[in-house]
Design a protein around this ligand. Structure first.
Ligand code: SAM
Length: 408
């Protein structure tokens, strides 16, 4: 997701480390636009729900549980409640929200895969439905419509928005679209997830004098505070795979590899294609990235306090793509590239060139969008594309140049 960070100090300066058993209060409202009274009331209800859970759990929950509730608590969590999250009037903008060029370029990769007798497309976490609409429209234009376009979306609110958006934009293809409550038992499909892995709950950990502690959440003074505890074995094991210096704080995402492993286990034939911001492990756990990658987005402002207005802001962490590749080790690693390289390989520049530059009203906004998708200073380099597959024999065009699989 892209947004304009606000210049009130580096995110590292906002975190004062807590270590077992001390707790540290987060900074309150770091200069953001104020939510409405209704929104604050919703947030207060979610805060009360989380506080009750902390109390019932003996005074502490993991940050992953906090993030899960803050984002997905039914009716109250950020993705579950009714506010507009994505796009120019929301909190952040994603590639499919930014430009149809993204989905149209992606469709060219799908077209090659669907031609190999793959019957279904499965989209995880479809947001507003923007990508599904563009993909379906482009599949129709390219003559490669899948039998079914399946959407697995955890948010009931977003699911309704997706249904309305697709009914409005691609009514002719609606009969191919189905919403799922869980993953199909077996998959013969191209599975796509754009910015889904970064929205899965992460654990926070810290190395301290030879001990790995998990930094979780306690209730304090009507709000929340960081509180450390000795980490459980799963987190210690994850940390010990990397040589982290002392006093190093980072995120461990157990949910993303678990999702990939489950998809890999269910995939009879096909491809898993995930696009997100992140790095290979050696960059993710670089000694200088010693305060991790956790980030919050509120009305296009980025800041680092996940305890501010629970339910009203997005919380996200970058993706460790080495962990994703490892979780899908039962599959073939078909490619790993920057978003810019992938979209260029798929023909995004040809799509842009098909619009005459003399038609400034159409060309100028598309050129600006392409710049945002491709520029290394914007989404082009930070965002990566990974493809894992089974039974796919021909190389994927998205990785024909600039494949970086060897870095994972
Ligand atoms: C950051 S938004 C991205 C939305 C959309 N893919 C886009 O690029 O605009 C994350 C999406 O993933 C969904 N999500 C989170 N966890 C999920 C899961 N386990 N399975 C399916 N969807 C999930 C959220 O509800 C939301 O729709």
């Amino acid at each position: 997701m892209t947004c304009r960070p606000i210049p009130y100090g580096s995110r590292n300066s906002l975190f004062i480390l807590s270590y077992y058993p001390r707790v540290t209060l987060p900074q309150q409202n770091p200069g953001l636009p104020l939510p409405s009274a209704d929104a604050l009331e919703l947030s207060a209800r979610l805060q009360a729900l989380i506080s009750r859970e902390i109390q019932a759990a003996g005074g502490w929950i993991s940050f992953a549980r906090y993030m899960e509730l803050a984002l997905y608590a039914p009716g109250l969590g950020y993705y579950s409640a009714g506010s507009r999250k994505l796009g120019a009037t929301g909190d952040f903008i994603t590639a499919p929200e930014l430009s149809t060029l993204f989905g149209r370029a992606l469709a060219r990769q799908f077209a090659e895969l669907l031609a190999q007798n793959l019957t279904d497309v499965v989209e995880l976490g479809a947001g507003s439905g923007a990508l599904a609409a563009v993909l379906l429209g482009e599949f129709g234009a390219l003559g490669c419509l899948p039998q079914r376009y399946l959407i697995l979306e955890v948010s009931a609110d977003l699911r309704e928005r997706q249904q309305a958006h697709l009914a409005r934009t691609v009514p002719q293809f609606l009969d191919r679209v189905q919403w799922l409550d869980r993953l199909p038992e077996r998959l013969d499909a191209v599975v796509i997830g754009n910015e889904v892995l970064d929205a899965l709950p992460v654990h926070r950990v810290r190395t301290h004098q030879g001990v790995v502690e998990e930094i979780g959440v306690a209730a304090r003074d009507g709000g929340f505070a960081w509180a450390g505890r000795p980490a459980p074995a799963a987190l210690k094991d994850a940390v010990s795979a990397h040589e982290l210096p002392d006093d190093y704080e980072t995120e461990i995402n157990l949910a993303a590899p678990a999702l990939i492993a489950e998809l890999a286990q269910r995939l009879d034939r096909g491809v898993l294609l995930f696009i997100d911001y992140g790095f290979p492990a050696r960059e993710f756990f670089h000694p200088q990235r010693n305060r991790g990658t956790l980030m919050c987005h509120y009305r296009h402002h980025a800041h680092a306090d996940p305890f501010l207005w629970p339910g009203l802001q997005d919380i996200t962490a970058h993706v460790d793509f080495s962990a994703i590749a490892q979780a899908g080790a039962a599959l073939d690693l078909l490619g790993y590239a920057s978003q810019a390289q992938f979209l260029i390989n798929c023909g995004i520049t040809e799509l842009l060139a098909a619009v005459p530059a003399t038609d400034a009203a159409r060309y100028a906004p598309l050129a600006a969008q392409a710049q945002q998708l491709l520029s290394p200073a914007e989404m082009g380099e930070l965002f990566k594309v990974i493809a894992l597959g089974r039974g796919i024999t021909s190389p994927l065009r998205g990785f024909c140049r600039g494949d970086r699989s060897h870095t994972l």
